[in-house]
Every structure is written in C-alpha cells, then in structure tokens.
Design a protein around this ligand. Structure first.
Ligand SMILES: [Zn+2]
Length: 469
C-alpha cells in the first residue's frame, strides 16, 4: 500500500470534521486559538523538514478542580505509529471547541519517540532500540546519552512521574497500531482495577504480555507508578480507520476513567458503536498470551495465508519461515501480532500465540483473588517460599503442574518461568502429588532459595490488586 496515498485519506477525515481543527489545514500547521503548533505527521510528504511532532506534551484539557483523575494518552512510542497522536489531537480539538459541562479531571497528550516520529522515513519504528522494550531497571539505570531511545525513555518517564503527582490518580493509554491487518484490542496486566477500566471498552482484552516482553511502558507505569495502564492496538499502521478507532477509544477511556461521560458531547457516531463495528464479534472476549516467537534470522517471514486471530495446531501449522525452515508453535492457540513490518531485526517479535479464556473463568478469578486467606495459604505451601519483596519462589516441578493459567487465576504474574511441562490428565495429577510430597519431606531450604536458583519459578501478585484505587 502507498502510505502517502492512504495518509491523504486520513487527512480527509480531519477536513470533514465540523469546526476548526489543528490538523485540518495541511502541512506544518501554524498556531490556532493558542494551540501548540502540530502537524498530523501523516499528511505531510517526505519533503517536509520542520518537526511534525515538536515536543513531548502536545496539549492538555483540564477542569478547574485540581483533584480528580488524569488520563494520559501517549502515542507514537513506535515512530511509525502516529495514528494515536492524530486521534488524541482531534479529541483535544473537540474538547476545546465544545467545552463540555461535567468534564472532571485532566486529559494530557504525550508524544512517544519524537526522533523516530519526526523522521522522513515513515516506516521507522525506532532509531537504535525498540522504545517499548526498554523500561527495565537495567536500561533506566543507563545514562540518557546511551542511545536515542534511552534519552526518549528518560524524558517520557519524567513526564509520567510528574503527571502522577497531580490529581487523585492517573490512568495511561498507550496507543499503537500494527503491521498486520487486525481488529483493535486492549492489552494490559490483569489486575482487577485494570479489568474494570478496560472492560468498559467494547474491545477484546489481551492479558499476559508483560510476562513475555520485558520493558513495556505500561508495565513500568503499572508497577512503578501504581497506575492503570493499557495499550490499545488500533488497527493497521497507515489505515485512516485506525485514527477513527483510536479517537473512539480515547472517548471511551475518558468515560471509563470517570472524567467525561461519552454522551456529554454530540458524536457523529457513538464511540462505542465505532469500536464494536471495528472488532466484530470480539468485543469483551478475553485472551491470554501463551507464547512469543522472537525473530532469530533476518529472513523471517510470516507464511502466506497466516492472519491474526487464526487458529493454529501445536507443532503442526507452519506459521513462518525462518532460515529456510518452517516455524511452528509449541502451544496451540490463535496467532496474534504476526510481524509483517517492512523491516525486521533480530530480537523483534515474530508472532504471539494466544488462548481464549471463558467468561466463567474470569468471574471466578475475580472472586478468588479477593480472598486474602487463599494468598496466605499459597505462600505457606510446601515448595513455596515467600520472599521479602513480596514475590513467591515456587518449586518449578510444582509450578509446571499448576501451569500458567492457575497462577493467572489467582492473580499472580510469572516473573520467571521455563517451558517445562507438568503433563496432562492423570500424569499431571501424579506429577503434582509427587512434587508436593518431595517438597514436604525435603523440608524448607534454610534462609530460602537463592535468586538464581533455577529450580524455582518466581511469581508475584499483580500490584494493582492490592493497591487502593
Ligand atoms: Zn507499537
């Protein structure tokens, strides 16, 4: 697809919108009604030189009451994904034009990877490193001058820490788009407060990313700042519909955050209807990530006919070709985020496999994780060690029998795990009983296990499950 042609269609959407828009008059827009000078980043051709996205905070709209909730919308964490920012600027425009009664709180729009966003190369996801894999203690400890993205990460973190100090609570929506054509989704760490927020959006919910990927921005926000944080994948990179979806998601987010009811403003189309139409029959369905395939050779290519959402068979269906070999998945499930980027690098995500989780399991999980005595009991089981930092070390044989889904049910996140298999059916029960008995008769390890003792998985309760909101 010619991205500039499709981008011009995107520009047309803005032009058709009623009322003034910071986006509506083409390239390198100048100041309007005191707004920040911002260009859409999509409707300008490669010849433009001034920065399309000039600074970190692109705008805000707030009520006079300093308390209340702050919704931070961040877009362009990947440089080739400006759709979320364009949508956010549209929302700010509408709010400023309409000044709706009942707006209680704050909407702040932040740009992600500014140097990558402002490159003429519209396919540039990042300059040196993938910014959305860098928010780890290890990378944060490095100086901002280490790489372009280290500098960007420090600046984004500083902006978010600053926002966290205002108002009662902060919620972060990190807006992305995908290389493959796929319906929009919400991705988040599965805490009860985050569920409550995300389930007010009629979209499919994807859990467990943070277990497969280190250094996600939303993971940092959730676990350092104690704030609800979600990723919205809004559609394909340069599809103008992705902007429409992201705008609907922001209105839905303002509603879910209690900042502005979605019916407080007239919308050409109701945001909920836009989202429902975009996701088809997927609204409110929950999926759990079960596997991530990292790219190991640069010739990695998704097989023809493989699409997001497609069911695949464990160790049978070829999903990609890499180094001349067909690549299958060690687990069954559905393909998610197949990497169809124009440029791929070793270490990038090749594809994910996800599994659908039934509604009953979700409800059951919400009930059991509120039972503090269950957590008390788990921490005192033979083979389980409660550490000072709140994490649990679990005998890997026992953990493999319990499996990822049981920890998830109880609201635990896998911090360290391996692919060992606890077996199926009667074998699984037998393995479980023997692992339990071994742990019981061995007795506790004096002083607890060492951190690098790989006989143990490490799990931890979702932080937001036991933080007040
Ligand atoms: Zn992205």
């Amino acid at each position: 697809m010619d991205i500039y042609n499709s981008a011009r269609v995107g520009a047309g959407i803005f032009a058709s919108k009623d009322g003034p828009s910071v986006m509506s008059t083409g390239q390198n827009q100048t100041e309007q009604r005191g707004h920040t000078k911002v260009d859409s980043g999509i409707d300008s051709g490669p010849e433009s030189t001034p920065a399309r996205w000039p600074k970190r905070e692109l705008g805000r709209f707030e009520s006079e009451d300093p308390d209340g909730t702050t919704l931070v919308v961040i877009g362009g964490v990947h440089g080739n994904e400006p759709a979320g920012l364009i949508a956010a600027m549209r929302v700010l425009d509408t709010l400023r034009a309409q000044e709706p009664a009942g707006f209680d709180g704050r909407l702040v729009v932040l740009a992600g990877n500014l140097p990558a966003l402002n490159l003429d190369d519209k396919e540039a996801r990042y300059i040196d490193f993938d910014l959305n894999r860098m928010f780890t203690d290890e990378q944060i400890a490095k100086p901002a001058s280490t790489s372009v993205e280290h500098g960007q990460m420090q600046a984004i973190l500083a902006a978010l820490r600053d926002q966290r100090t205002h108002g009662d609570r902060m919620i972060v929506m990190d807006l992305h788009t995908t290389s493959s054509d796929a319906p929009p989704v919400v991705v988040f760490e599965d805490s009860l407060p985050a569920r409550l927020f995300a389930r007010q959006m009629p979209m499919p919910l994807y859990l467990g990313f943070e277990e497969e990927l280190d250094g996600l921005l939303i993971d940092r926000v959730t676990n350092e700042l104690g704030s609800i944080a979600v990723v919205i994948e809004g559609g394909q990179h340069f599809d103008p519909q992705s902007i429409v979806v992201h705008e609907a998601a922001i209105w839905a987010g303002l509603h879910a955050a209690g900042i502005l009811r979605v019916d407080a403003l007239p919308h050409d189309r109701r945001p909920g209807d836009i989202l429902r139409e975009a996701v088809g029959d997927q609204a409110y369905k929950v999926f759990d990530i079960r596997y991530r395939k990292p790219i190991e050779h640069e010739d990695f290519a998704i097989c023809p006919g493989i699409e997001a959402g497609m069911r695949i068979k464990q160790a049978v269906t070829p999903i990609a070709i890499e180094d001349g070999q067909p690549i299958t998945s060690p687990v069954r499930g559905r393909v998610f985020l197949p990497n169809m980027q124009a440029r791929k690098r070793i270490g990038d995500d090749g594809f994910f496999i996800v599994r659908h989780i039934g509604e009953g399991w979700i409800e059951f999980s919400a009930r059991v994780r509120r039972q503090e005595w269950i957590h008390w009991l788990i921490a005192r089981m033979p083979g389980v060690y409660a550490m000072d930092d709140g994490s649990l070390f679990v005998d890997a044989d026992l953990a493999a029998v319990l499996k990822r889904q049981v920890f998830h049910l109880f609201g635990y996140r896998l911090v360290r795990h391996d692919q060992r298999d606890g077996g199926h059916g009667a074998m699984r029960v037998w393995h479980g009983i023997s692992a339990f008995c071994r742990a019981l008769f061995r007795g506790p390890i004096k002083g607890g296990p060492k951190y690098d003792d790989l006989r143990f998985w490490i799990v931890r309760r979702h932080r937001l499950d036991h933080v007040d909101h």
